[in-house]
Design a protein around this ligand. Structure first.
Ligand SMILES: *Cc1c(COP(=O)(O)O)cnc(C)c1O
Length: 367
């Protein structure tokens, strides 16, 4: 079964094999592995040793994003959130429920963030210390030019929290060139092609030290994660880690290094093109024009006729492919993830399966 969902993704058998072992988290050999893993993740982000750290946190992407908001914004702190879609809405809720003050910047559906509008909103409100940006909006499939937007925000003296959960490992990022980034948040189970259970934030040591004590949550305080690692060693972990998940990520990073970040992006982009062109050949309409379609997820409008997402999902599953059984768009349709250990050939077979599924369900099919 191939997972064509934008996370957790299909994984390589070697990654899954790393899960099948008992590991003592505090063992000296494990500490060596964990310390190395953190260095590898930092380096992948372009982080400079001594200036940047990769901070692992048990749990999923939301945990990392909430931890970043809590750590770098004081209670009541104001943060501008460009409303790019479902994941921007989640950022807004995480900020609000952790007692920070999100201010929303409307972004038309399926469009990129307008840099001029973003800067105008910041200039109009000097109390906005931060911007929270979703690099790859997994709701719509639109990706921002996050490095460029972050640099522009930085020129106004404001700071950025970047949700790079469905971007990191494929889309370009060099934190050493982006000092306005307080945190870049991501997980093991999207473009890094590991399994779910651990998230990371790449941060600056100086900022972590400056922000001690304002998180209002011990569990979600990145400054405390950093301070503890400084005290107990980079291979230590506060609280029990999902150690098999980390061992699997270590293998996934080997595969990432062998493939290369740019080649991985090229593969995902090729996957996306096969789906985008393939569904059009089936007479279906993707939500996004190719010009703004990112490489991570393709949303497709429901075909004419008696559409049932669950029926379509089940018909595809019988053919060996799992797509999401929910959509983040207001109009009916389906979404196909293009990331993970999958190739353009897999996507061609998936498009064939979609054609067969549509026929089976008696739904309109051109060509
Ligand atoms: C997947 C994802 C998240 C986090 O999801 P979790 O289920 O918490 O791991 C956050 N932001 C974006 C853009 C995502 O794609």
């Amino acid at each position: 079964m191939k997972l064509l969902i934008p996370g957790p993704v299909s994984t390589d058998p070697a990654v899954r094999a790393a899960l099948a072992q008992d590991i003592a988290p505090w063992d000296d050999d494990t500490r060596v592995m964990l310390a190395r893993l953190r260095e590898r993740v930092r380096a992948l982000a372009g982080g400079v040793a001594g200036e940047h750290v990769a901070l692992p946190l048990q749990g999923c992407g939301h945990f990392a994003v909430e931890a970043a908001l809590r750590t770098f914004l004081p209670p009541g702190g104001r943060i501008l959130v460009p409303m790019t879609g479902a994941y921007a809405q989640r950022l807004e809720r995480l900020a609000r429920e952790s007692g920070r003050h999100p201010v929303l910047l409307p972004v038309p559906d399926g469009e990129r963030v307008d840099e001029a509008a973003l800067l105008a909103a910041l200039e109009a409100d000097p109390t906005l210390s931060h911007v929270a940006l979703v690099y790859s909006e997994t709701g719509t499939g639109v990706c921002q030019d996050a490095p460029r937007l972050a640099a522009a925000v930085g020129r106004l003296g404001r700071r950025v929290i970047l949700d790079a959960v469905s971007a990191f490992g494929a889309l370009p990022l060099d934190v050493s060139a982006l000092p306005m980034l307080d945190a870049v948040c991501f997980t093991a189970n999207k473009c890094l092609e590991g399994v779910a259970g651990v998230s990371f934030s790449v941060c600056q040591t100086e900022r972590l030290r400056a922000c001690v004590g304002q998180a209002g949550s011990w569990s979600l305080d990145l400054s405390d994660v950093h301070a503890t690692a400084e005290r107990n060693g980079a291979g230590s972990f506060r609280f029990t880690p999902p150690i098999q998940v980390l061992a699997a990520l270590d293998v996934a990073l080997d595969l990432h290094a062998a493939e290369g970040r740019e080649q991985r992006l090229a593969r995902y982009t090729a996957n996306m093109r096969v789906v985008h062109e393939g569904v059009r050949a089936l007479g279906l309409r993707p939500f996004l024009p190719e010009a703004v379609q990112g490489p991570v997820v393709v949303n497709v409008h429901a075909p004419e006729g008696a559409w049932s997402l669950n029926g379509f999902v089940a018909a595809l599953k019988r053919r060996g492919f799992v797509i999401s059984n929910f959509v983040n768009t207001t109009e009916p349709g389906f979404r196909v993830g293009c990331i993970g250990a999958i190739t353009p050939e897999d996507m061609r077979q998936a498009v064939d399966a979609m054609g067969e599924a549509l026929s089976e369900l008696g739904l309109a099919r051109a060509a």
